[in-house]
Design a protein around this ligand. Structure first.
Ligand SMILES: [Zn+2]
Ligand SMILES: [Zn+2]
Length: 243
């Protein structure tokens, strides 16, 4: 059950109430940020990542590294970016955010993403930022699309996001526990670009944004849809990458 502040208390100090009072990892108190300084130093790493699948590639020093798998089977996008691995404590924060317990986290998460030089550059270079859409059924149950929240905060300054450019054509069964091949089958023709939006994407470089990237099947399906509909090129950006 979600606890709600009484209305009179929320009106009194809404900004202060939205600030976490404990570190999101070690629970140190008081903590005026999402994580305390020592947890940030302990858990925040910026490994070099494969530009195809965004998996961490320790020890590779080339300019645009690719793992063997991505060299053999290049993905449909130009470059993949991830801010963190989907592991503690980020996984816990993301779960709280997505379950609606801490909706304010979206702004912090997007802010952290923007501070990573490769992500800031990817956002700056994109002509359009598009969130991976949820099906209308899923959107109704959840009430919001986490990926769209990230796009809103990442691209808010330049109004790049167009939420209706890429749509979900049907409600796909959950991807959890499926292999990459099964996920790709599950997602076949799950995305579409409405006729009225074709001109908006024609020849454009698009940055597709999602909260968590697991096998890349969702990004692959959405990228192929955009490219077939006339987009110039696609790059992908996730907040967290499962290892
Ligand atoms: Zn801490
Ligand atoms: Zn790779």
């Amino acid at each position: 059950m979600q606890l709600r502040w009484p209305a009179w208390l929320s009106r009194l100090a809404p900004a202060a109430l939205s600030l976490p009072s404990q570190c999101g990892a070690c629970r140190a108190w008081p903590c005026r940020d999402v994580l305390c300084q020592s947890c940030w130093q302990r858990f925040h790493h910026t490994p070099r990542r494969c530009t195809g699948c965004a998996l961490a590639l320790p020890g590779i020093a080339t300019e645009r590294p690719r793992c063997g798998q991505c060299l053999q089977h290049p993905p449909p996008w130009v470059q993949a970016h991830a801010w963190c691995d989907y592991s503690y404590p980020w996984q816990t924060l993301i779960t709280h955010w997505k379950l609606g317990q801490q909706p304010g986290l979206a702004r912090h998460l997007a802010g952290w993403m923007q501070q990573a030089p490769d992500i800031a550059q990817a956002v700056a270079q994109a002509e359009l930022l598009l969130p991976i859409p949820l099906s209308s059924e899923r959107l109704r149950t959840r009430g919001y699309n986490p990926a769209a929240q990230l796009v809103q905060h990442l691209g808010a300054a330049r109004h790049k996001q167009l939420l209706t450019t890429l749509v979900r054509t049907r409600d796909t069964p959950t991807q959890r526990g499926l292999t990459r091949a099964q996920r790709l089958r599950n997602l076949r023709q799950a995305f579409a670009v409405p006729q009225a939006q074709l001109a908006a994407i024609a020849g454009r470089h698009i940055l597709l944004v999602d909260d968590v990237m697991t096998t890349g099947a969702t990004f692959a399906s959405a990228s192929q849809c955009l490219l077939q509909a006339g987009a110039g090129s696609v790059s992908v950006l996730c907040l967290a990458r499962t290892a």
